[in-house]
Design a protein around this ligand. Sequence first.
Ligand SMILES: C[S@@+](CC[C@H](N)C(=O)[O-])C[C@H]1O[C@@H](n2cnc3c(N)ncnc32)[C@H](O)[C@@H]1O
Length: 379
Amino acid sequence: MPQLEQFRERVESASKSHQYSSYLHVKQAVFDMLDRMSQEGDAPSDYWSAEVKGIEYLLDASPLLVQTLRSHCYHLTGIQDYDYRGHHSLRMPHFQSKYEALAALDSWGLFVPEDPRLGGFGHELDAGLTNVDTLKFYEVLIGLKMAGMIPSPKESESSPERVLEIGGGWGGFAYQYKTLFPKTKYVIIDLPQTLLFSGTYLLSLFPEASSQFISSGEELANAASQDLPDFTFIPHYLTEELGQLNIDLAINMVSFQEMTTEQVSGYARVLRDGRCANLYSLNRERSRYNDQLTGVINVLSQHYRMDYQDLLPIQYTELVIPRKVFGPLELLRNLAIGNRRRAIGQLRSPLLNLMNGQLPRKKAPISIHAYRHAFGRLS
Ligand SMILES: C[S@@+](CC[C@H](N)C(=O)[O-])C[C@H]1O[C@@H](n2cnc3c(N)ncnc32)[C@H](O)[C@@H]1O
């Protein structure tokens, strides 16, 4: 058969797929939201107003594009399938060691690999397909467990019933969460254009799941008075209505940092007033280019009792964990137990530094541009 005809057949078959019909369904819902948004006039931050222009073409996606939706998610989290192709496998050991460092903190089995459907990509570790987003989500799941906000997957029945993700991006964290805790009613609030990604992704990967897309305050009030489906998608301009949903746990990652002070404060206030007990954040205090925000923890602390949570000594964007710096007690201990080789090893790099004229450095204060895990409880 000629190439063109073969290609037409592929497109024809993709146009009849569940993924593409999910996309068309979500697209209609997004246009309903955009109609409402133009009446409500609630604009995203300056940064996101520019970003949504870059993803407008997704409103006109072909069936084949939908089948490789993950290749277009770099607009949201900056990672690209190109970096995970065979010729980049040199970096695979770094992914493996970062995965192992996280797995050493996880005695509960919280790792969920990237799903290969819709063009999912990553390095093929023994644990499964892994990219920077996969590890970021893993880190947050471990943080949530350490903060006592989620149970282990073995006790998934006792998972918070209603979980809200603010700024859910392409839906990758929701996918992991719902895989571990299938009974959870998962709610995403995001810009309508971004819901096109998460809606299509999640409806495609969970074809049996129930879902609803809300575009108005009346629809939200109606939804709040009934059982929630597996997934609920809400546009950002309905923030003020969220309290009615009785959310148990709210999560935000790499997103508050890009909003305005009013938006972050609005979310925290509405959640507090709606008695949402737990709030989890992985954010910079403020993104470098964002001059519309005072600071994430600064704002959240006005509504929640916030604490920081330390996981790894590196940022989620970094892969290589620096070697441990040993203190004098550990050195003495190794000398005392006759482990001279270790003690010499521990002394070597500080001594070399001194010989090179470098004085021991004081710990630098944590930058406001560093990503930090933090959790908040109602006061
Ligand atoms: C950098 S992406 C991060 C996505 C996801 N949290 C992750 O880490 O993979 C920032 C997210 O915040 C969303 N966002 C921006 N302004 C928002 C607002 N006012 N309300 C809700 N979400 C917003 C964007 O659409 C996007 O999904």
